[in-house]
Ligand binder design. Structure first.
Ligand code: GLC
Length: 525
């Protein structure tokens, strides 16, 4: 079976993972030094967020050179060495590709600015004499004006001009970028905002009411999103990828309509895509069961394996979300009461749930340590353009705080030269080193569960059978001989039959065997 059908993929946000050269920012040398940790954690693959040359207006999602590594992370040679080292550690490596937009420092955009209105250089982007009413996903208009009076489109930051995917040179260039990295041995690509590349011809205004929908909720075909023509691009990309054995795409599409989502996963397009319906879902048995059923049905239509995602570098960490009254992810909020102990307890159960469901699993760096979102960063250190352009939304820096590896004080062995975002002092109790020595820690739970998942023939890809254990309990069997039960209710419930393999909490209530609230168990049956 292909590895990507059931892989556990660990997301490395390189600026915040591990700093090898002591400049306070994570880098490739840091990642390499922590490969034994990732191997021992039990993940199958790494996905590295953008590491290309970038002015970092959007944390590297503003790429100025797709063929070079940003000096803050290292060199191309370091990247090639890392790819080899990951493989030697028995893992795979997926890199991020950012095709919707470049950086405003990309030579193409610089040439477009210099060449002036009507030039062939401008045709690779969307330049117009007047803007339409589209809004940037980061807030404010999606158009900025250049000195000669023309406007260019940017669905994200003004430093991220959107490419014109109707232009043959744009298409050819990205196929060549894919080959460049495939030739260096990467095992696949995570495609940034995969649903937005193609825009409706003529760039018509969006209906006014749609402007108000938060970016994580919007749906369906729109003038700037999910156009039918985008699929032709992925068919072409798939032909390129299929020239190399065993490689895979994972698409980032915030498309909620199941039928439209599935189109990206047709057999001649992308292999997998992030399941954001699962990430957004409330900690609620009925809602989660609906999402699981819908996910399985959606993917079955096209024969693609589902993915299970709880957090990433764009959303509030789930240990925090699950400790709130409203446990859904609708948009980022920071001023609501949070019970972190509850959030972490649920996060433990959610980890077991996500690893037992059919398909592949994503682990965002720090999930395995139970890291919470950090809200009290000083404004001056916040870098996310979401914060810089609006200020009301604190942005995404709070889920990007550097990883605490060990020690008793910041930067907690992240590196020797501080950390680009300050870590909370309480993280001394959450360091990887501290958790490794504690069998009850989140890290020990992840390590055990991933080991069992790897050895357990019933887990990974394949079917699932629901078991009825009453309202508030999600329970399912996987053949042969495996049961997962998650209690999302408020009362303990009797344990299902079987020999417990892994549990997220102690399996007792009032001294009797039971599955307590907000706990999950795996059993061999
Ligand atoms: C994706 C990335 C996000 C980035 C945006 C623009 O949503 O995950 O971090 O800001 O695309 O590239």
């Amino acid at each position: 079976m292909s590895w990507w059908r059931d892989a556990v993929v660990y997301q490395v946000y390189p600026r915040s993972f591990a700093d090898g050269n002591g400049d306070g920012v994570g880098d490739i040398a840091g990642i390499e030094s922590r490969l034994p940790y990732l191997r021992d954690l039990g993940v199958d693959a790494l996905w590295i967020n953008p590491w290309y040359v970038s002015p970092m207006a959007d944390g590297g999602y503003d790429v100025a050179d797709y063929h070079m590594i940003d000096p803050v992370f290292g060199t191309l040679w370091d990247a090639e060495r890392l790819i080899g080292a990951v493989h030697r550690h028995g893992m795979r490596i997926i890199v991020d590709i950012v095709p919707n937009h470049t950086s405003d420092r990309h030579p193409w955009f610089q040439a477009a600015l210099a060449a002036g209105p009507g030039s062939p250089e401008r045709a690779r982007f969307h330049f117009r004499d007047a803007p339409n009413n589209w809004r940037s996903r980061f807030g404010g208009p999606a158009w900025s004006r250049v000195d000669d009076g023309q406007w260019y489109l940017h669905l994200f930051d003004a430093a991220q001009p959107d490419l014109n995917w109707d232009h043959p040179e744009v298409r050819a260039e990205f196929e060549s970028i894919l080959r460049f990295w495939l030739d260096r041995g990467v095992d696949g690509f995570r495609i940034d905002v995969a649903d937005r590349l193609v825009k409706q011809a003529g760039l018509p205004d969006r209906p006014e009411r749609e402007q108000l929908v938060p970016s994580y909720q919007d749906n369906g075909e729109q003038p700037d999103k999910d156009r039918p023509e985008v699929h032709e691009i992925y068919r072409a990309w798939r032909r390129v990828l299929d020239e190399y054995p065993d490689r895979a795409f994972v698409g980032e599409m915030w498309v909620t309509d199941p039928e439209r989502f599935a189109r990206y996963l047709r057999p001649d397009e992308l292999h997998t895509a992030f399941n954001f319906a699962f990430l957004k879902c409330a900690w609620d048995a009925r809602a989660l069961r609906e999402v699981v059923d819908r996910t399985l049905a959606t993917h079955a239509r096209v024969g693609a394996p589902p993915t299970w995602v709880l957090s990433n570098h764009d959303v509030t960490r789930h240990a925090t979300r699950y400790g709130r009254e409203d446990t859904r992810f609708v948009k980022r909020v920071h001023d609501v009461p949070t019970d972190l102990a509850l959030g972490r307890r649920r996060a433990r159960a959610a980890a077991l749930l996500s690893m037992a469901l059919p398909g592949s699993v994503y682990v965002y760096q720090g999930d395995e340590l139970g890291l919470p979102e950090v809200f009290d960063l000083p404004d001056a250190v916040r870098e996310d353009p979401v914060f810089r352009t609006g200020g009301r939304d604190l942005g995404r820096d709070g889920c990007r705080v550097p990883i605490p590896w060990g020690g008793d004080a910041p930067p907690f062995e992240f590196g020797t030269g501080g950390a680009w975002l300050p870590q909370p002092g309480e993280w001394r109790d959450l360091t990887a080193a501290r958790q490794l020595g504690d069998p009850a820690s989140m890290l020990s739970l992840y390590r055990l569960a991933l080991r069992v998942r790897r050895d357990e023939p019933a887990l990974g890809d394949g079917p699932l059978r629901w078991l009825e254990m009453g309202d508030g309990v999600l329970a399912f069997a996987r053949d042969p001989g495996f049961t997962c039960a998650v209690n999302l209710g408020v009362e303990p419930v009797p344990l299902p039959e079987g020999r417990p393999l892994v549990a997220s909490a102690e399996l007792t209530a009032d001294g009797e065997p039971a599955l307590p609230p907000d706990a999950a168990v795996w059993l061999s049956t």
